[in-house]
Design a protein around this ligand. Structure first.
Ligand SMILES: Cc1cc2nc3c(=O)[nH]c(=O)nc-3n(C[C@H](O)[C@H](O)[C@H](O)COP(=O)(O)OP(=O)(O)OC[C@H]3O[C@@H](n4cnc5c(N)ncnc54)[C@H](O)[C@@H]3O)c2cc1C
Length: 241
């Protein structure tokens, strides 16, 4: 089957943190864009002559609710071609060509597992989609612990939503680690210390979902498998680059 490309239109843009923006993209040619929470799309952005240098993937940050609008949460990377385009050139009305959805980084069928979701920065996007999806579909789950890391408190993404989930779900935990904010009352440092401290004893019913850039994911995989003794079948990840 030939790959289907969609023509989306940016309908709303919001500053989220000093270096992160939310983009809402409507796909007028469909009533419903079907995807699974946690999946991503790949955009063909006008940032290079060569096709393969133009493609960038972005996780869908909203839940599959039957509409034709997708939300993306994108961080500005210094010197990054695509993110410079998003931050300087994309406006309401800009057309974005994309294909998808793709990816297998989705919630497991079996929600009886203990799930630990670990992310840094915009790596939160697929987890937000999954959590909103669980809430919308009122799916019961065993337990979820969301561990989010960034540098300073002004970089915390979707905090109010996750704080609200904490009130709604007694089996949902939410921790934030800030690596450069010296007067933060919560965890100071990286996400790793949190799961290392809380899940030191391996348990076969426990699954870790990791999302972000290679520095975080490489360290987390090494910690969990080599140092802590988890089996690789218990670790699932989405690598941003
Ligand atoms: C499946 C998937 C989903 C993704 N979802 C998102 C998303 O929801 N939001 C989002 O912001 N990005 C996401 N990304 C990353 C995105 O595709 C681009 O790589 C990112 O926007 C940078 O593109 P660029 O052209 O600006 O930088 P480039 O010029 O392509 O990047 C230059 C280099 O910097 C590295 N790099 C890029 N970003 C960072 C970073 N923050 N920290 C450290 N190194 C970095 C890259 O690996 C590359 O080596 C996703 C990537 C994948 C594979």
């Amino acid at each position: 089957m030939p790959v289907k490309w969609y023509d989306g239109t940016v309908i709303r843009i919001e500053d989220q943190t000093p270096t992160t923006k939310r983009f809402w993209v409507e796909i007028p040619e469909v009533d419903t864009f079907d995807f699974k929470a946690g999946q991503f799309v790949t955009m063909d952005l006008p940032v290079h002559e060569k096709r393969l240098h133009r493609w960038r993937s972005y996780s869908i940050a909203n839940a599959p609710e039957g509409g034709n609008v997708l939300e993306f949460c994108i961080v500005l990377l210094e010197g990054g071609l695509a993110t410079r385009y998003f931050f300087e050139e994309v406006k309401v009305g800009t057309h974005l060509r994309f294909k998808g959805p793709d990816g297998t980084f989705t919630l497991p069928e079996n929600l009886d597992r203990e799930m630990i979701l670990v992310c840094t920065g915009t790596g939160i996007a697929p987890f937000r989609s999954m959590l909103l999806d669980l809430r919308n579909r009122k799916l019961p789950f065993n337990s979820i612990h969301l561990i989010f890391g960034t540098r300073y408190r002004d970089g915390i993404l979707y905090r109010e939503e996750f704080e609200a989930f904490k009130k709604e779900w007694p089996n949902f935990k939410y921790d934030i680690a800030l690596s450069r904010d010296s007067d933060w009352a919560g965890y100071k440092g990286y996400v790793h210390q949190i799961y290392q401290e809380k899940y030191a004893e391996p348990d076969p019913n426990r699954h870790f979902f990791l999302c972000g850039w290679s520095n975080m994911i490489d360290d987390a995989v090494a910690n969990l498998i080599v140092r802590m003794g988890y089996d690789k079948s218990q670790i699932h990840y989405e690598l941003y680059g």
